[in-house]
Design a protein around this ligand. Sequence first.
Ligand code: GLC
Length: 529
Amino acid sequence: MSHPRFQDDIIYQIYPRSFKDSDGDGIGDIPGIIAKLPYLKKLGITAIWLSPVFASPMEDMGYDIADYYHIDPLFGSDEDMDELIEKAKKNGIRIIMDMVLNHTSKEHEWFKQAAKDKNSPYRDFYIWRETPNDIGATFGGSAWEYNKATDDYYFHLYAPGQPDLNWDYPPMREALYQACDYWLEKGVYGFRLDVIENIGKEVDRHIIQNGPHLHERLHELNRRTFGKYDGIAIGECWCADHDTRLLYTDPAREELSMVFLFNDWCAFHDREFGKWKCRPFNPKEYRDIIYQRQYSDPAKAWDTLFWNNHDLPRALNRYADLRYRDQAAKMMFASTLFLRGTPFIYQGDELGMVNGRFASVKDFRDIEALNHYQILQDKGMSEAEAKLSLDQTARDNARIPMRWNERKGYGFTSGQPWVDGGKDPGHSVAEEEKDPDSVLHFYRSAIALWKDGRLRDLIRDGAFAPDYLEREEWIAYSRILGGKKLRVIANFSNHVYPLPTIDGPVLLHNYQDESPDFRPYEIYVFLNE
Ligand code: GLC
């Protein structure tokens, strides 16, 4: 059966600031990534999603792009980027750039011109109104910022330094397509498209996500850019419901390859405080959402399989009893790895990394967390509660340095890391390399199994059938193709259950020994022929 190449990809997300610093300034960079390509090759991944490395004032850590054509000097030079694309390719790894097309930085030349002069050709690249309405910004405050030079307001859904682009204006769209093509011509594989569900917005009608022109714009973006190159496009879509999701991913519509959905994450948000205060995790609720996606028409819905990214605190802290940390890290990865979709690994997942430890509020770096420390108190939390909320939910938790070893600077930097998360003994690449039972070794085996030619068709195309639905704390399912059945049975809890029947050769298991019980966070992956 012919299939798009992204269906055989297993993708690793790098948050460049925190991956590997080559020059001792405490901030990760592109030469650092190049140095670690052998590590990534050994892990077995086929592509890297690189969080933004473009020139930026870094108000939102690079998600505020000031120039789509150049690399920020913090991360290296344009030549370093070329070298990364080239060397990654030699290692069988393609590069996916993170394109922020919903907004730019206010330092972008387009915005600087537009803000100075109402007659600028860039004026309509942005959204201006004389009177602001009551739409709020995601990072707090109003979404409208006053601009003195032109005596009106511009729209910014995120920080004031991130003015939204006006997708209603064709010349603006052309300018973005050119920037996309520039990178595709250089040989990048495609894009992760930041908050792309917002590009059909109609601010006067208070419509932000899923606006009326969203899908025609995605189709145009596809046809004009990555579609011409058989490139991948992964859209970040927080709010897509089931039907909308199929609009994005139905190949006949030529929009996106796949989307990141967060309904499994948002399901546990508090009514009043949203993501800043989550209610306890419940495997059944989680499973119901994930399975729902698997039931969709396989010809139209290709899923993304991920637990973490740079915007979420670590799922291990949120979902598991950390007394069983390594077992849970392995189980979580393998429990969704064999579903229909493209797996994503966020840097450090393969070590079982957990949230950072931040002694004081001053140790957080993220604009969103720092703003919300005050907003949460305005909404009634005490100082201590607001600090606890940041400890549990802030994005900085996922942005602490990658642990290469346990020396000072974590093998990440010879200088002072830009954000720190405290020591975490036993969970660095150097330590885990030495331990055959480590999370790292398990990831390598699991990825090798996922890529194994004998199972590839089954994992990619097999029918999905849930198992043991009566066990509310389990994730159990089969993938079935041509008389072959791959079975996954996972205990997503710290409880002990009777061992289910394992009637076939075991391909993956996360405990070293056997037991008559089904132990906390235990998982079996086996074949039934
Ligand atoms: C996306 C990014 C996030 C950023 C936001 C605004 O959600 O993943 O890091 O802050 O968009 O660009």
